[in-house]
Design a protein around this ligand. Sequence first.
Ligand SMILES: Cc1cc2nc3c(=O)[nH]c(=O)nc-3n(C[C@H](O)[C@H](O)[C@H](O)COP(=O)(O)OP(=O)(O)OC[C@H]3O[C@@H](n4cnc5c(N)ncnc54)[C@H](O)[C@@H]3O)c2cc1C
Length: 422
Amino acid sequence: MIEMADIGFLRTGIKSECLGCEACAQICAHGALKMVTDKEGFRYPEFNKDLCVNCGLCNMVCPEEVSVPKYTERQIAFGGYSKDERIRCLSTSGGAFSCIVDTWFKEGYVIFGAVASGLDVYHTCVFDKKDIDSFRKSKYSQSRIGSSYKDVRKFLREGRNVLFSGTPCQIAGLRNFLKIGKTDITRLLTVEVVCEGVPSPLYVEKLDRYLKDHYGSSISSLDYRFKDGKYDYEGHDKSVLRKGRWDFQVMQIILGNGKELRKDRWFNPFWSIWLNHLMNRPSCYNCPFTTKDRVADITLGDLWGVHRYCPELYGENGGASVIVSNTEKGNEILSEVYKVMYGHELDLKDVISYQGPMRRCIPENPARAEFMEELENPDISIQKINEKWAKKPSLKLLFSKYIWGNRQKVRFWKFRNKITGK
Ligand SMILES: Cc1cc2nc3c(=O)[nH]c(=O)nc-3n(C[C@H](O)[C@H](O)[C@H](O)COP(=O)(O)OP(=O)(O)OC[C@H]3O[C@@H](n4cnc5c(N)ncnc54)[C@H](O)[C@@H]3O)c2cc1C
């Protein structure tokens, strides 16, 4: 017999065994599990024994307990960017997500994705493709699922077409959730982002406190991947055509008083600390989804390595996406997406060689515990954290990014390909 709330994490207390997908909390009809935030800022289910009826459903939906079959059909990889410059400018990479939405069902659909309100990130749905603006842009924080899985089930049972986008662990949580009650998933399209893991939200919260003290105003919007393009955040045409800066991963913060702050990736402590694997959710260091085979119909990512194996898709640094379709359903969508994107098929091997999260999970930094302790400490300021933990860019790195950067490399590779007739 299954014991009460016998899920890995609740049984063992080992945090790396909880992905934070929230499937257990949603399947429990008795409110015995609710998500609560721990001191590192990550959410975990909390168990109320008095409300538990011993049904064992929480165990059955947990992707750590019941693994979700991965799709191993023939995968097709595509690289490119939206033909609509506005969409491309307002998206993280090449606007692949918007192009998929665009070519998907024309009516009777619901679209789920992650939105941000200030520093809060959560899942919600829209019923009109025109309303997907807030889904665009990667929010580097684990989104709260809320009632989204239950809503997906309700819409599927009503016969609607549902597109659900999220991280691979959220897709896995949803798929296990829908297995209970055998919901027909023929009308469901799942779209996942390639995921390097989710950072602790404590970092941006600490940064926010500093900005409030320093500038007298809190963060009103945070764009982790701002593009210096023709269109502003709301999509208004600024009528000044500038080059995009996709691969500079510029973070833009707009404060409540209107002040704008921007920092390139190489000078930004957030990117340095996060990508040094100091502040990921514990389960990200043991992520079961960092493989070539995937859990969603479609996988989306940045077209990293574009300057090496497909320089023609760099397109003045406005952003380029990689799309990998993993199922027949995904392949059907991809055949339509070709019409609204510039680009072409890629060799999956090339894609994977530049996509670490499709090969292996990130290693935990041995100093993580020390770092997190300092991040949690309210007496240690964000400046102290940055000074101690963020790496300063070396001259060699700055040379390779700003002088002999991708833009120059792309010119070189294009020229070389032209004369060698490639
Ligand atoms: C936490 C995270 C880590 C990532 N790591 C990598 C990586 O290592 N390598 C790589 O190539 N790409 C990574 N990506 C994906 C990449 O940033 C782009 O989302 C992808 O290239 C699609 O680009 P687009 O132009 O179609 O994007 P957009 O239109 O900007 O994509 C928006 C899509 O991302 C989803 N999304 C945004 N934020 C979240 C969130 N917090 N949780 C769940 N879903 C979210 C939205 O629901 C929507 O479907 C990551 C994304 C996230 C959110």
